[in-house]
Design a protein around this ligand. Structure first.
Ligand code: NAP
Length: 309
C-alpha cells in the first residue's frame, strides 16, 4: 500500500472513474480522491455512496492542487473539459484520460494543456454495459489491459508514475501509437458493438417474430448482443463519431466477409462455412489461453455477478 498520487481528481463520476475510486481506495493508492460531475444528481449520488473523499460543485475546486487529473467523460466532451480546467492546474500535474478513442481525444485535449503539465492519454480495456456513479467496482481492471498512448514529448517519469498507479489497480499496461490503438479497438470493440446494436435493431424491426418471442426464446448469442447493445448511448455515439475512419474501414471488411458467408450459405458450400468457423474457433481459444475471458458456458456471469465487456 503505497500512495502513488497525493491528490487525484476524477472528472466525470461514472463507471470508469467510480471503479478507479474503488480500486485506488482498496489499494491505498491516493492520499485524497476529489470528484466532480456536471449534474447535481450525480454529485449527490456520489456523496451518498461516499465514492470520493470530496465531491465538488465547481470543477476548479476538484482539480486545485491535484497531482493527477483523470478525464472520465464521453470522448466528445474531453476537449471542452480540458479547456475548463486548464487555468486551475498545478504545475507538474499529470492529466490522463480514459477515452475509448485516442487520436481525436489527443487532438482535442493537447492544445489546452498548459506548459509544465503532463498529458498522458490512456484507455482501460475494461468495462460493462452499466454506467453512472453506482456502477463502478474495485476489480473492474483486474488482469485487463490498460493502453497508454504517450505523445512523443511526454515526460517519461510522468508516464512511469501513471503506469505504477494502473498496475497497482490490477491492470496490465502496454503502449501504442494512438492511430494504431484506434484501428485495433475498431476491430476488437467498436465494430462488434455496432454489430450488436444492429442485430438487436433487426430483431426489433422484424414483424414476423414478436417481441415476446424474442425475449422469451432469446438464445445465448442474442442475449449477449442485447447485453452489449444496452451500453451507454452517449458514450457509444461519441466513439463512432470520433473513430470514424477506422470504424468505416473495418465495417467495409466486415461487409465483404458477410457477403462471402451469405454466398456460401446460398450455394450450400458447407466446406467454406466449416473452414471459416474452425478459424474463428481458434481465435476464441487464443483469447481464453491469454486469460482474457472464462471458459464457463455462461461467460462466467453467475447471477448477481458483475459482467465484464
Ligand atoms: P458513464 O458511466 O456514462 O459516466 C460518464 C460521466 O461523464 C458522468 O459523470 C457524466 O456526468 C459525465 N458527462 C457526460 N457527458 C458530459 C459532458 N458533455 N460534459 C461533461 N461531463 C459529461 O461513462 P463511463 O463508462 O465511465 O465512460 C467514461 C469514459 O471512459 C468514456 O470516454 C468512455 O469512452 C471510456 N471508457 C468506457 C468504457 C465502458 O465500457 N463503459 C470502457 C473503457 C473506457 P453526469 O452523470 O452528470 O451526466
Amino acid at each position: 500500500m503505497t500512495i502513488v498520487y497525493d491528490r487525484v481528481a476524477l472528472i466525470g463520476l461514472g463507471l470508469i472513474a467510480g471503479s478507479m475510486a474503488h480500486a485506488m481506495r482498496a489499494g491505498g493508492l491516493a492520499g485524497h480522491i476529489a470528484g466532480y460531475a456536471r449534474s447535481a444528481e450525480t454529485r449527490q449520488t456520489a456523496r451518498q455512496i461516499d465514492l470520493c473523499d470530496s465531491v465538488h460543485d465547481d470543477i476548479k475546486d476538484a482539480v486545485a492542487g491535484a497531482d493527477l487529473i483523470v478525464l472520465a467523460v464521453p470522448v466528445g466532451a474531453m476537449g471542452v473539459v480540458m479547456e475548463q480546467i486548464a487555468p486551475h492546474l498545478a504545475p507538474g500535474a499529470t492529466v490522463t484520460d480514459v477515452g475509448s478513442v485516442k487520436q481525436s481525444v489527443i487532438d482535442a485535449v493537447a492544445p489546452h494543456v498548459p506548459q509544465g503539465v503532463h498529458f498522458v492519454p490512456g484507455h482501460p480495456l475494461a468495462g460493462t454495459e452499466h454506467s453512472g456513479p453506482t456502477s463502478g467496482f474495485a476489480t473492474l481492471f483486474a488482469n485487463r489491459w490498460w493502453l497508454l498512448t504517450p505523445l512523443p514529448d511526454s515526460d517519461e517519469s510522468a508516464v512511469a508514475r501513471l503506469d505504477r498507479l494502473i498496475t497497482a489497480m490490477g491492470a496490465k499496461t502496454d503502449r501504442m501509437e494512438p492511430a494504431h490503438h484506434d484501428l485495433v479497438l475498431a476491430v476488437t470493440s467498436h465494430v462488434p458493438h455496432l454489430i450488436a446494436y444492429t442485430m438487436v435493431g433487426v430483431a426489433d424491426h422484424l414483424g414476423r417474430v414478436t417481441d415476446e418471442e424474442v425475449i422469451q426464446y432469446s438464445a445465448a448469442g442474442f442475449r449477449d448482443f442485447t447485453r452489449i447493445a444496452a451500453s451507454d448511448p452517449t458514450m457509444w455515439r461519441d466513439v463512432f463519431l470520433h473513430n470514424k475512419e477506422a470504424t468505416l474501414d473495418i465495417l467495409g471488411r466486415f461487409t465483404e466477409e458477410l457477403f462471402a458467408l451469405q454466398r456460401a450459405i446460398r450455394m450450400g458450400d458447407g466446406q467454406q462455412l466449416h473452414d471459416y468457423f474452425t478459424r474463428t474457433r481458434e481465435i476464441r481459444r487464443g483469447i481464453l489461453d491469454a486469460g482474457q475471458d472464462t471458459r464457463a458456458p455462461d461467460f462466467g456471469r453467475t447471477p448477481g455477478a458483475k459482467p465484464s465487456a
